[in-house]
Design a protein around this ligand. Structure first.
Ligand SMILES: C[S@@+](CC[C@H](N)C(=O)[O-])C[C@H]1O[C@@H](n2cnc3c(N)ncnc32)[C@H](O)[C@@H]1O
Length: 223
């Protein structure tokens, strides 16, 4: 049994992984290292299949600058960094110095690690600064935003992404199926994710598709 969070049957998930391009050695090593570092929350890591999906999408849209809400131990940041050109950059936001210390340790082992910029702090505050820097021309707009931090912040991060991502760029939101609990929401986090999904459904500023990949991912284009 793997520790991966997935709503598809585990054997199907495994079959999909077995028929996809394998991850790098650094990404493979980051899985047991995360399990050792944070066994109770290691399932937060996007893992091989979703990581490969993010990487392939990054290449498909020719992304150069990407934004990420929720670094944790750095798996998704590194998967995307590997897919970026040499002068590409992942800006990743988190407020946890311990988990991100492990991330930095692993990024250093990769030739793609120097493409990753970690900004520590509450992502709600950090995005305000990023917006000012983009407005002043200090930073380019982002080609892709991946939302994977606290679920209560999803609406805020989505609105922020609409300001920070270029027209035609991609916005991705993780865990939108919330282990299937969005079908019969009970606790407050179930309701938060379901309400967010309902809002996105009718939002005319984006074209979207919700995919049953791992714990559910909604992929959008900013119109
Ligand atoms: C699901 S994990 C991210 C997993 C990561 N994408 C990966 O592939 O390993 C969510 C992360 O969001 C961070 N987080 C939660 N609320 C935050 C906030 N308000 N500001 C910044 N980071 C936050 C947590 O510290 C945690 O590391």
């Amino acid at each position: 049994m793997s520790n991966e969070l997935t709503i598809t049957p585990e054997n199907i998930h495994q079959y999909c992984k077995d028929h996809s391009t394998p991850p790098s050695d650094e990404l493979i090593a980051l899985v047991p290292a995360t399990q050792a570092h944070a066994p109770k929350v290691a399932h937060m890591q996007v893992g091989h299949l979703e990581g490969s999906f993010l990487a392939l999408l990054t290449k498909l849209i020719g992304a150069k600058n990407t934004l990420e809400f929720g670094t944790f131990t750095g798996y998704s940041s590194l998967a995307v960094a590997e897919a970026l050109p040499k002068n590409g950059r992942v800006t990743t936001l988190d407020r946890d110095p311990k988990a991100t210390a492990l991330a930095k340790e692993f990024w250093k082992k990769s030739i793609h690690g120097d493409k990753i910029e970690l900004i520590l702090g509450d992502a709600r505050e950090t995005v305000k600064k990023l917006e000012l820097q983009i407005l002043s021309g200090e930073r380019p707009e982002y080609d892709l935003s991946f939302i994977d931090a606290d679920k209560s912040g999803y609406e805020y991060y989505f609105e922020a992404s609409l300001k920070l991502v270029r027209k035609g760029g991609a916005i991705l939101v993780d865990n939108v199926l919330w282990s299937g609990r969005v079908l019969n929401p009970e606790d407050s986090s179930d309701h938060t994710i379901h309400q967010f999904n309902e809002k996105i459904k009718t939002d005319k500023r984006v074209e979207k598709i919700m995919l049953p990949l791992r714990d559910g991912i909604t992929m959008m284009i900013k119109l």
